[in-house]
Design a protein around this ligand. Structure first.
Ligand SMILES: C[S@@+](CC[C@H](N)C(=O)[O-])C[C@H]1O[C@@H](n2cnc3c(N)ncnc32)[C@H](O)[C@@H]1O
Length: 319
């Protein structure tokens, strides 16, 4: 068989397998407690042979693992939560025809509706990258995580440096998921939670050693990102750093990522590295060579330092 066709069929089958497991309630059931195929068939009101075959396919796709005793559990917790995002791909034809996104995940209303469900799965995708970033970034006592979601980046930083204090900023509804993730990581003592729309609400009356923008800028257009970076840089302590973790064009996984942003945001895009570096420099920060912290989808760690010292005529407010 033509291998492109074979791959397409395999991709459709993989998606249908995952969707069936979510829609039958199977993935949720084993997320709460591992169960056997027979138990799941009865719990989900489904055909026993069908459930057995579905579980075998889920194991082959590494969505589910089989435990000793024939019980099954998901390979990652909370995977069913990604499901609401998948049907948007059905609207790709219409979006390409009209240029109108299927959903606007860059507006606070839609973000409030969608992100509480998906941020846990998003965070699970970046665990290793977050560990890498936490080792590369210098220790920081005070950290602001903007658009924290399930806080993968700041949880890794807080673990790496138990002295650090993190302020996790996100829309009020999403902070419920942030708190849950921080609590599951056992790091509540190092976190405070700030409900805010970073574009409309006043920024915190504090200054920070490190400000994190993880997987955030790609949701917005260039002018919005440049303005946000400029405003956030005003909150950096002398010697502090602004760290951006995001995809850039032309790297592995970028083409499909760009298409998904076109489908779910009005102006979102993968911004070129040179643009990020220009925005950081325009904000008065000094850039370093970006570091590749994830293979696919590729994620770069892009940083800007506030090299001003308190005695050196620091143009930044020290709050
Ligand atoms: C793609 S997710 C990234 C979450 C997390 N930083 C990560 O890397 O997994 C974008 C996050 O930005 C938040 N967000 C979107 N618009 C926002 C706004 N105007 N103010 C604050 N947070 C916002 C969303 O709620 C969501 O948690």
């Amino acid at each position: 068989m033509n291998s492109a066709l074979f791959n397409l069929n395999a991709a459709a089958a993989r998606l249908a397998t995952f969707s069936a497991a979510v829609q039958l309630g199977l993935l949720d059931a084993i997320d709460r407690e591992p169960a056997t195929a027979t138990e799941l068939a009865s719990r989900c009101g489904a055909n026993a042979k069908g459930v057995r075959l579905l579980l075998a396919a889920l194991v082959a796709e590494e969505i589910v693992t089989e435990l000793p005793g024939g019980r099954y559990q998901p390979t990652e917790p909370g995977m069913a939560s990604l499901h609401p995002v998948l049907p948007m791909w059905d609207h790709l034809t219409e979006t390409v025809r009209t240029g109108v996104p299927a959903v606007d995940m860059d507006t606070p209303d839609t973000a409030t509706e969608m992100y509480p469900q998906v941020v846990t799965s998003l965070a699970a995708m970046w665990l290793e990258a977050a560990d890498r970033a936490a080792v590369i970034l210098p220790p920081a006592s005070s950290i602001l995580d903007v658009g924290a979601g399930a806080a993968p980046w700041s949880i890794a930083l807080a673990r790496e440096n138990p002295e650090s204090q993190v302020t996790a900023l996100d829309l009020p509804a999403v902070l419920v998921s942030t708190r849950r993730a921080v609590s599951a990581a056992g790091l509540v003592g190092q976190f405070t939670f700030l409900p805010a729309n970073v574009f409309h609400d006043p920024l915190p009356e504090c200054s920070y050693d490190l400000i994190v923008l993880g997987q955030f800028c790609h949701l917005f257009d260039a002018a919005t990102c440049a303005d946000l970076i400029s405003r956030l840089s005003q909150l950096l302590n002398p010697g502090g750093q602004l760290a951006i973790m995001d995809g850039v064009p032309g790297r592995p996984g970028a083409a499909v990522y760009e298409l998904s942003l076109y489908l779910r945001t009005k102006e979102g895009a993968l911004h070129p590295l040179a643009e990020y570096e220009r925005w950081l420099r325009d904000a008065g920060l000094t850039t370093k060579t970006p570091v590749d912290i994830n293979a696919e989808p590729a994620i770069m760690l892009i940083t800007g330092d506030n090299q001003n010292t308190p005695t050196g005529g620091n143009p930044h407010r020290t709050r």
